[in-house]
Design a binder for this molecule. Structure first.
Ligand code: SF4
Length: 344
């Protein structure tokens, strides 16, 4: 494909490249594999990406037509060269942007860097509960005084912030409290249901059973949000126009997104209809390209090996071809709700 073809697909779908710069996390949330977003990747995933590898990925991304990079993990702010990575992306071009997925615990260290570049950096802070007693039930991302302090700093500095919350039966009572916090802060909040992915909730011996015991559909919150909003929710994408669309509610100046994996996702009919994971273990479909800490590029969430391409030890042209191949998968994706017969 040409760079023009790539740019058209990237713009149509608002694609970014996610990079798993750091494999490890300081928390052990029950619903998250110890590998975080590395979970489907083959290869050597037991390490962080080096600065040279990260530079190589960023250069390839820019050459392939991307200008938005999402730093993820594990916990990306734990990478020993986190500030250098941020600066490298910002200095590459005037129009590069960064999304940081973080549990926030180390953000204070980087607040000045983020503040100085607030037009080009967005923070997605994971927050699942306000109740410290949830810690013993596998919820790590709790609103402690330290996290509250960091959030206050971000808000005071007008840094773009969105809260992300995974809702299970354990923290179902937290939804209203988290919405109230978002309202007071004037920041958007996105709720995710528990994905049925055996290797994502893989720190449980029997992942499917655990999912069944813990999953709660976000449709339970629609009526209350419609009441609060005074109008019906509507489908939108909070970022990339791929993956699962979210039922969205306008509550004054904030938006509440309910991203429910039972409501279908963007799949590529050519590949997905015959895939054994369709609508079953794969309920996210194709969501932005990601480069794992094993230097493998693939569509986020897709577990099919055919779409995973190693960038290691390849020539520059071969690496660019791998980027092209993954971008091309997004060309013909469409929102599909798998029939119940596909679902377990
Ligand atoms: S695993 Fe990949 S190919 Fe299979 S249904 Fe999901 S997105 Fe499609």
């Amino acid at each position: 494909m040409s760079i023009t073809d790539n740019k058209e697909i990237i713009q149509n779908r608002n694609l970014h490249v996610a990079i798993i710069i750091r494999r490890n996390c300081n928390m052990r949330c029950a619903y998250c594999s110890p590998l975080g977003e590395n979970k489907f990747s083959k290869g050597d995933i037991c390490k962080d990406l080096s600065m040279d590898e990260i530079k190589e990925i960023i250069d390839l991304g820019i050459e392939s037509g991307f200008n938005i990079f999402r730093l993820s993990g594990g916990e990306p702010t734990l990478h020993p060269e986190f500030d250098k990575i941020v600066k490298y992306i910002l200095n590459k071009n005037n129009d590069t942007k960064i999304i940081i997925n973080t549990n926030g615990f180390k953000l204070k260290q980087y607040i000045d860097l983020i503040k100085d570049n607030k037009d080009r950096i967005e923070i997605r802070l994971s927050l699942d509960s306000t109740d410290l007693s949830h810690k013993s039930q596998g919820i790590g991302k709790i609103l402690t005084p330290e996290i509250q302090d960091i959030i206050n700093d971000l808000i005071k500095s007008n840094i773009k912030l969105r809260l992300n919350s995974v809702i299970t039966k354990t923290n179902i009572s937290e939804v209203d409290k988290l919405i109230e916090i978002a309202r007071k802060l004037g920041t958007h909040i996105k709720f995710f249901d528990l994905y049925l992915e055996e290797d994502f909730i893989g720190n449980k011996n029997d992942a499917f059973k655990w999912w069944k015991n813990n999953h709660i559909s976000l449709s339970n919150f629609v009526a209350s949000l419609e009441k609060q909003s005074g109008k019906s929710g509507y489908l939108s994408y909070s970022n990339s126009r791929c993956g699962i669309s979210a039922m969205t509610f306008d509550l004054g100046n904030i938006k509440v997104f309910l991203q429910d994996s039972n409501n279908g996702a963007n799949y590529n009919p050519k590949y997905c209809y015959d895939c054994k994971y369709f609508g079953n273990l794969c309920r996210v479909g194709f969501y932005s390209p990601i480069v794992t800490s094993a230097m493998v590029i693939q569509p986020t969430g897709c577990r099919v090996k055919q779409f995973q391409r190693s960038l290691k030890g390849k020539t520059h042209d071969e690496q660019l071809k791998s980027f092209d191949n993954v971008i091309n998968i997004f060309k013909n994706i469409e929102l599909i709700i798998p029939s119940k017969k596909n679902q377990v």
